[in-house]
Design a protein around this ligand. Structure first.
Ligand code: GDP
Ligand code: MG
Length: 591
């Protein structure tokens, strides 16, 4: 290796630097964690310069890095060219000094949180903090390594203080008797052995979901479930979930240091390569987290965009998704020379001096404009198709509802087809239409739509609403509700709100409580509760899966169709009060 001393070297005398550089020539037996001679040497230099000194030792016992810190802290430089598989140790261990003086003598010494964060983030073989007295004499060394598995060492154990790390009993360096190579071999064998329970599908991303619960946050469980389902829909394996309770999120990393440690250890144990946050992250948070963890980091919006992108199959759907993605990326584009670009930009500053960032931004804007024009054209074509369909004179019944409510399942059951009814959110992005014929020989078109979802960011909402354009030509809306979902009343509100925003409240609507087959097994379920809800919402309870009460649903649709036909005959463009009378059959079987 080289002889460059890293870190806080400013102000060191040439003789001190020389001593530090000389450390690179030391080599220790590969079986020792560290030798007494080496410990003594770094202790002395460290006391002399009154700064922490650290060395990174490789598995051959050579010293790859010599680092100088401040009195309290040492910062490890970027390590290039080492093993960086998430489930592998780095092949380097850090031994560094902790200076003790009169003030912090009584403070609990040993490894601090920053040390443990380094250990976890860098997946060091181990970390050692060597206490140094003011006279340069080494005191005890505190050593810890990552616990591959909380069960590791169980039974044999001295002080197993934490579930993420194993702490060796503090001792003098000359007392250390561990064989380093054996220790590492055990650790690595264990890491291999604890292969995650679920089969590893190499093509799938493996994600840790991260939730930040602020005091005012309610519905944490529902949010967790929803994000997990979104992840599953996007084709990601969820290998762990982490909740951080905080008064307010950390501005830089969103979560605190302690949680970051947990994230890294869980990522290592479960071979995660992706962190998904259940909140919108700022561009700088994404950058900071990516740099720190070396894992891919995305937020909920990106996850949803990804699902949209996978699911869009029509030209229109694809364009809408692309627009949404570009709009999401635009404010997140930031080059290192941002400050510079601000200087050169503006009046008179454009032209040859334009930075790459500005060019990129302009390109994206041009692309968005082009896509929007294309979309416009398609939308006109669609309008034509819609008119043609109108001429056919079929009434259009549109399925709407929160995502995963069972819309596609219902369409399939009714149409007796098996089109895309999979247990994934957003199984339909592009509207699907089926012609349905009732027993009374009434014909209507039933169209499926993409599901609604709460907290959609504005740009996404636009793309999303555009996919719901079909609804403007609907004659009846079937609002499907997953009654077995604990948060269903909120789902109803979300849907209603979107309808209001889209000016669709005037279209006749039938509320449908789906999945009643799941209620039986629920705790606290009572038929009376359901009965009250049914009358409160004037809804029809069905099971799209096993077909319960579908005849009632069809009957309700037929009733509306009759009303609409009558209206047309009477040429009444005005709704009379009476038409809003309950048309839902009052007798229904719950099961
Ligand atoms: P969409 O997002 O509203 O189109 O929902 P889907 O039709 O894709 O259904 C979502 C999930 O709910 C699927 O796993 C369906 O099998 C399931 N599902 C739909 N309807 C019912 C039902 O009546 N009972 C039960 N138990 N599951 C259902
Ligand atoms: Mg669907």
């Amino acid at each position: 290796m080289g002889s460059q001393v890293f870190g806080n070297t400013i102000g060191l005398k040439p003789s001190e630097l020389k001593k530090l550089e000389k450390l690179y020539r030391r080599k220790i037996p590969p079986t020792s964690i560290v030798t007494h001679e080496l410990a003594k040497e770094i202790s002395q230099i460290s006391a002399e310069i009154n700064r922490q000194v650290g060395i990174l030792i490789n598995r051959k016992g050579e010293i790859d890095y010599v680092i100088v810190g401040t009195f309290n802290r040492i910062e490890i430089p970027e390590l290039k060219g080492y093993r960086d598989h998430i489930a592998r140790l780095k092949g380097l261990r850090l031994i560094h000094t902790h200076l003790i003086n009169q003030q912090n003598k009584n403070k609990t010494s040993g490894l601090d949180q920053d040390d443990l964060l380094d250990l976890a983030l860098l997946r060091l073989d181990l970390i050692g903090a060597l206490e140094v007295k003011p006279d340069g004499e080494p005191e005890k060394i505190y050593i810890a390594h990552i616990l591959p598995d909380p069960e590791f060492f169980k039974g044999t154990l001295l002080d197993q203080e934490e579930k993420f790390f194993y702490f060796l009993k503090p001792c003098y360096v000359w007392e250390l008797k561990e064989n380093f190579l054996d220790l590492i071999k055990n650790l690595e064998d264990e890491l291999d052995r604890i292969k995650p329970l679920k089969e590893i599908d190499e093509n799938k991303d493996r994600a840790l979901l991260i939730f930040v619960k602020e005091l005012k946050d309610m519905y944490l469980e529902e949010k967790m479930e929803e994000l997990e389902e979104l992840a599953r829909t996007a084709g990601v394996s969820v290998v762990g979930k982490i909740v951080q309770k905080r008064i307010s999120p950390d501005p830089k990393y969103v979560i605190g240091k302690g949680k970051l440690i947990e994230v890294m250890i869980l990522a290592m144990r479960n071979r995660a390569n992706l962190l998904i946050f259940d909140r919108e992250l700022t561009p700088s948070q994404i950058r900071a987290l990516t740099e720190l963890t070396d894992l891919r980091v995305i937020d909920r919006t990106q996850l949803i965009l990804d699902i949209f992108a996978q699911r869009a199959s029509s030209r229109e759907g694809k364009i809408q998704v692309e627009i949404a993605q570009l709009k999401y990326a635009l404010p997140r584009l930031r080059a290192k020379d941002d400050a510079f670009s601000r200087l050169t930009g503006g009046i008179g500053g454009r032209g040859p001096g334009e930075t790459k960032l500005e060019i990129d931004r302009r390109r994206i804007k041009d692309k968005i404009a082009k896509l929007e024009r294309e979309l416009n054209k398609i939308s006109q074509e669609r309008e034509l198709r819609r008119k043609r369909r109108k001429k056919l004179n079929f009434k259009v019944v549109s399925l709407i509802g929160y995502t995963n409510a069972g819309k596609t399942t219902l369409l399939n059951t009714l149409a007796k087809t098996e089109y895309l009814a999979e247990d994934k959110l957003f199984a339909t992005l592009d509207p699907i239409t089926k012609l349905i014929k009732t027993k009374k020989e009434k014909l209507f078109l039933l169209t499926d739509t993409v599901g609604f979802i709460r907290d959609l960011p504005e740009d996404l909402k636009k793309a999303f609403k555009a996919t719901l354009e079909e609804l403007y030509s609907a004659d009846i809306l079937l609002h499907i509700i997953d009654i077995s979902h604990p948060d269903f009343e909120n789902h109803i509100k979300v849907v209603e709100q979107i309808l209001e925003e889209m000016n669709l409240l005037h279209i006749p609507k039938i509320l449908v409580f789906n999945k009643i087959d799941l209620l039986e097994n629920k705790e606290n379920f009572s038929p009376l509760w359901l009965k009250n809800l049914i009358s409160k919402y004037n809804a029809i309870p069905i099971s799209a899966k096993d077909g319960t009460n579908l005849d009632l649903l069809i009957e309700a649709i037929e009733n509306w169709l009759t009303i609409l036909e009558r209206e047309k005959l009477e040429d009444s463009s005005v709704f009379s009060e009476e038409e809003n009378l309950p048309i839902v059959p009052q007798e229904h079987k719950f099961f």
